[in-house]
Design a binder for this molecule. Structure first.
Ligand SMILES: [Zn+2]
Ligand SMILES: [Zn+2]
Length: 752
């Protein structure tokens, strides 16, 4: 069925030109492994009764953990990673009657899923673990018993952060702690990941106090830097296991570009609807991922309308979203599994941990922002040795369009780097305060915190009256518990609180609040759109209202910056790329209202300028290149400006982040350098490691920027290459050809 559907799609004049690439991923036989020492009778019984034979990577993980090493499992979704660490954990629980293990999951759905697995393993193996979830939903009446009895505790990073100060109540658990598992660890990147890295160090410190030194296990989706990432996150050496031995069915991956001609006759949403209907009408069970809940509902509605009203097919189409009641969601999940539904549209609410069985086809409407998330969504089709189809529908923005023209970068070697930053002074000081409050802090003995910075920082905290030095080390002298003031999702202590009907939706750093939650902004939260009704800069409070709107907003800002100091200079041939501290002033001027890809209104905003210190990189343009541009009659300022926009747009492809996380400035003359200069900086107070990483990847980033601009079919520049929605200068001046000359010249200079 899939083959015929695909064949007629390729032949059809309606679709043919829009197919940018077809990748056939052949089916693969399983590779099994053998263990050096067999598993105990109970554990073997669990596996045999479920007809499970271990794959090579699972055996590798078991052996590495048995040998006492820390392990990162870095294999695709649904490759059976969990068994690789569940087995050695149960083996240890069996041989050591006191041993305990901590499992940390990022979402409730995943925690509950895993709890079921543990219960099942306990029954089948006869090993008592009293596995339990301990999180915000755990009733107070059950908490004491879990702390005292459970040998496997499943929690999330936020709960762990709040539990650590109460470690004396957890003495039994921490004293016997043998394993700590962080599943879906790739989620711990950026601000959140950098905070979690310190929560892990606090946990290690407490475990050590009680005489335990647990093994760490991380499981992640495919990354370019698993080893570096794991070692930064935990602070210990890791063994990486990435050779996947699990079987898979054949899959065809199709890249579909509505903007193949640079124009796009239909919107990507209309294209998505047509593809969705195309597959559903052919009886292929299809799941369509959209960027927002509104699009999920519209595509389902349009599709129903396009089929004969009241027809059987119309009844087989539904939308799925986070806002539904659990019962409604379960009904849809169930109907999908039983084949009663043929087509479902969904936001990423359905991403991981929710079982809907295996589907024939997945449509991803708009690149989800990372290669990793794209594979996870595509993994929803064809799990059980069945052939399947995945389609990525590109939007008209630089990353989507780059992928359409460079599919090899998607199917080739992983290139996405997960970044955490242990040097952000604001994150460090908040987490240090938490650590000091948990137990007295003795600087030379605390090798798990960066010692030099910690020493300096304690001095500063002492001046604020928050800590003091005693013969037993530094102790906390502030009021209230620091964990209450330190959130894991943001950097500064005075973060903005975003509330809806009095309920806290999320917290944001000031910069992010100015960009995404200003008055009138449309804010997406779990695919649901909200409109900002009140922005209270004094109390750092934002009130939003749940509302379905058919437009979105983009803030426009102006940037000024000053170089405070240079930390490192990297020479690349005749070019030099500097990294250092910057003092940035961002002025949010207003915002654009965008409907159907058209700017329909511009609103002004009256916000005070935002000043912050951060890390950034910069490079100057050699005089020779500037003269070459003038000689050819190009607009030099426009070329710099276009280069800056394109470089910011392509950076998330290498350094996992959002385009909005990086700021930039280009100028034909900057007082700090006296020359034409391009700056890129981390949009977070204190920096978050993004441009630091980018400095090391500069040749590659320059090449990708060149390809992005060169391969775009437009003549003068468009939203798919050099135009930026957040430009404070209204994308003027712009010189696409000039930027190309500049980039070619830079690459040549880097080689000299
Ligand atoms: Zn273009
Ligand atoms: Zn601009």
């Amino acid at each position: 069925m899939i083959e015929t559907a695909l064949e007629s799609l390729r032949m059809s004049p309606r679709y043919r030109d829009r197919i940018a690439h077809i990748e056939v991923l052949p089916a693969r036989e399983p590779r099994f492994g053998e263990l050096g020492t067999p598993l105990s009778a109970g554990i073997a019984h669990y596996l045999n009764s479920r007809h499970i034979r271990l794959y090579s990577h699972q055996c590798q993980a078991v052996e590495a953990l048995r040998a006492g090493r820390n392990v990162i499992l870095c294999t695709p979704t649904a490759s059976g990673k969990t068994l690789g660490f569940d087995l050695p954990v149960f083996e240890t629980l069996e041989s050591d009657r006191q041993a305990t293990a901590l499992f940390v999951y990022p979402t409730k759905a995943l925690s509950n899923d895993q709890l079921k697995v543990f219960k099942d393993m306990e029954r089948a193996t006869g090993i008592r673990a009293d596995a339990a979830v301990y999180d915000g939903d755990t009733p107070v009446s059950r908490r004491g018993r879990i702390r005292e009895m459970s040998r496997i505790i499943v929690t999330n990073p936020h709960e762990l952060h709040h539990v650590l100060p109460w470690h004396s109540k957890w003495e039994r658990f921490f004293r016997n702690l043998r394993y700590v598992v962080f599943d879906e660890a790739h989620r711990y990147r950026g601000v959140f990941g950098s905070n979690v890295a310190f929560v892990i160090r606090r946990l290690r410190r407490i475990a050590r106090f009680y005489g335990a030194s647990p093994r760490f296990v991380l499981s992640t989706a495919t990354l370019a830097n698993p080893q570096e990432f794991g070692e930064k996150l935990v602070g210990l050496p890791f063994e990486v296991i990435s050779e996947d031995g699990s079987p898979r069915g054949g899959k065809t991956f199709l890249f579909y570009n509505p903007f193949f001609d640079g124009v796009g006759a239909l919107s990507p949403h209309q294209e998505t609807r047509d593809l969705f209907l195309y597959f559903v009408k052919r009886g292929l069970q299809t799941l369509c991922f959209t960027a927002s809940r509104r699009m999920a509902e519209l595509i389902a509605l349009w599709s129903k309308e396009a089929t004969a009203a009241g027809s059987v097919l119309a009844e087989q189409i539904a939308a799925y979203r986070a806002g539904y009641l659990p019962r409604e969601r379960r009904e849809i999940e169930d109907a999908l599994k039983r084949g009663l539904l043929t087509g479902v549209t969904s936001t990423n609410a359905l991403e991981v941990g929710i079982d809907i069985g295996s589907l024939d086809c997945v449509i991803i409407s708009g690149y989800p922002g990372t290669v990793l998330a794209t594979w996870q969504q595509a993994g929803r089709s064809g799990r059980r040795n069945r052939d399947a189809l995945a389609v990525l529908v590109a939007f008209q923005n630089p990353l989507d369009q780059y992928l359409m023209k460079h599919p090899e970068s998607f199917f080739g070697k992983p290139h996405e780097q997960a970044i955490i930053d242990l040097a952000n002074p604001y994150i460090l000081s908040g987490q240090l305060l938490c650590a000091v409050a948990e137990m007295p802090f003795d600087v030379p003995g605390e090798e798990i915190f960066p010692a030099v910075r910690a020493g300096e920082m304690l001095g500063e905290l002492a001046a604020e009256g928050l800590v003091k030095e005693t013969p037993h080390g530094w102790v906390y002298t502030g009021r209230g518990r620091p964990v209450e003031a330190v959130g894991l999702d943001h950097i500064a202590r005075d973060a903005y609180r975003i509330t809806c009907d009095g309920v806290l939706l999320e917290t944001m750093d000031t910069g992010q609040a100015y960009r995404e939650a200003h008055l009138g902004a449309v804010l997406l939260h779990q695919g649901e759109s909200h409109v900002v009704r009140r922005f209270d800069a004094e109390n750092h409070l934002v009130e939003v209202e749940r509302k379905d709107v058919d437009y979105y907003t983009q803030a426009i800002k102006n940037v000024d910056l000053e170089i405070l100091g240079t930390r490192a200079t990297r020479r690349l041939g005749q070019m030099a790329v500097h990294l250092g501290e910057l003092e940035v002033t961002e002025l949010t001027l207003g915002y654009k209202v965008i409907q159907n890809d058209q700017v329909v209104a511009r609103e002004e905003l009256d916000l005070p300028p935002l000043h912050f210190r951060t890390t950034g990189l910069w490079f100057t343009i050699p005089g020779e290149l500037r003269r070459a541009l003038y000689d050819r009659g190009r607009n030099f300022g426009g070329a710099l400006h276009a280069l800056e926009h394109a470089m910011i747009a392509i950076l998330p492809f290498e350094v996992m982040c959002d385009r909005w996380d990086i700021g930039g400035l280009s100028t034909p003359g900057h007082p700090g350098t006296g020359e034409p200069t391009i700056f890129l900086y981390d949009g977070y107070e204190g920096g978050i490691g993004l441009t630091e990483k980018a400095q090391g990847l500069m040749e590659r980033v320059t090449r990708l920027t060149l390809e992005l601009i060169r391969d775009c079919p437009c003549e003068l520049g468009c939203p798919a290459c050099i135009l930026s929605p957040k430009c404070g200068n209204d994308n003027r001046p712009m010189d696409k050809q000039g930027a190309l000359l500049l980039l070619e010249g830079m690459l040549e200079k880097m080689r000299q």
